[in-house]
Design a protein around this ligand. Sequence first.
Ligand code: F6P
Length: 316
Amino acid sequence: MRIGVLTSGGDAPGMNAAIRAVVRRAIYAGAEVVGVRRGYAGLISGELIPLDVSSVADIVHRGGTMLLTARSPAFMQPEGVAAAAAQASGLTALVVIGGDGTIRGAQALEQAGVATVAVPATIDNDIARTIRTIGFDTAVNSVVQAVDRIRDTATAHERTFVVEVMGRRRGFIALHAGLAVGAESILIPEEPVDLDAVCDRLTRGYARGKRHSIILVAEGASSGFEVAEAIQRRTGHETRTTVLGHVQRGGSPTAYDRVLAARLGEGAVAHVLAGGRGAMMAFRGGDVAPVPYGDVLSGEPSLDRRLFELAAVLAI
Ligand code: F6P
């Protein structure tokens, strides 16, 4: 048995821990393991390297990905998929680690005859049928640390801060981090943006003696700069903007993300060993289970609306 592993798309903290789990579980079962560098781009150009137990030593705590990653325009074309499938022909199965673009890629490879299993890893948590993706917990904790610092200077200067966070078209990072830092308002793409309500809450807060206000904006909902400009214009209150950007993608993965990566990576190899393919390993109900790509890609990532309501109640 020869199992391949690659990481693709935006990196996420915990990808290394997932690679380690795949490699060691496969070797434990007596399989040979091959790493593909630079995601699907590297598969097309045949960047395959043998991996052994020591290749994945000392990476469990590191952010980024030892296999490197890429977004590959060539792989979006049928010729690219065919070239990648040809390179993968010697593999019993390929485990791909990444977000929804990566899962779409795995589906395309399946259609070209390559056995694949996917492990969901993206800071955005925007994958259907799984409660969590690898990297989300670390990103949320990074946002919380940054906002706790911003709060110090916001209080010292009695300012309002708008903090823009990542998340692509979804508001998971903004919602979870906003709840964790006690943000006054959280703007996410899943809910209508109501700047009147944001400004009312700010004005009420300052009237009762608040010294600072923090507004979290998901990049998919609005631009942090535009929101700050509108708030300052409407309330007259001094407002600053911080765009956290790629700070959210780096750093040592949290224990939660490492454990999740170990479970999903192990689950992917176990699925291959059981003859499974064409599925993403999902984490839900406390268990790891395969979900067919079609169900993942046609589903909606489920943001818990109750958390949004809770955040609003607690920011009264
Ligand atoms: O999908 C992860 C993510 O960090 C998103 O939150 C963000 O919108 C995007 O990737 C940024 O992509 P890039 O690193 O290519 O600028």
